[in-house]
Write a protein that binds this ligand. Structure first.
Ligand code: ZN
Length: 153
């Protein structure tokens, strides 16, 4: 278990120091801003979606704590090339994991590297840091090519 924790720690630090897809998309279909006032995390997400609803490209920028940055980075990798239904499943199971709740669908959804954030459930103050990017993504995908501002409060 401690080996696993170390590995998870490494993944989080790696994504915090070298966030993936850390860029703005010039021709994004969807865009949203997220803010977690509790911690001061800010994230901005751009998504380019195919006609069939598949995420063709995604980028984010922002400033926040290690958990929020790593979570946004891991999220962009997890949803790239996925359709909306798969993304909604990932989001639901991920949220349940970090909140320490049980999700009946968890055995059918592979969180892969997102499991690195499992330890967040032991720190209720940090849950919103980990979920910010996912709420912001959902808002971006729901929005019809318009800007939206999301707050976790
Ligand atoms: Zn935070």
């Amino acid at each position: 278990m401690s080996d696993l924790r170390e590995l998870y720690q490494e993944i989080i630090l790696d994504h915090y120091r070298r966030p993936r897809n850390f860029r703005r998309l010039d021709n994004a279909d969807h865009h949203a801003l997220g803010h977690n006032p509790l911690c001061g995390d800010k994230v901005e997400i751009w998504v380019d979606v195919d006609d069939d609803g598949t995420v063709r490209d995604i980028g984010f920028q922002g400033a926040g704590c290690a958990i929020s940055t790593a979570s946004a980075s891991l999220m962009t990798e997890a949803v790239h090339g996925k359709d909306r239904m798969t993304i909604d499943d990932l989001k639901r199971v991920f949220l349940a994991m970090v909140k320490g709740e049980d999700d009946p669908g968890k055995d059918t959804v592979d969180l892969d590297k997102l499991e690195a954030l499992e330890g967040v459930r032991e720190y209720p103050m940090r849950v919103k840091c980990a979920t910010l990017a996912w709420h912001t993504l959902a808002s971006a995908l729901d929005g019809a090519k318009s800007e939206k501002i999301v707050s976790t409060e």
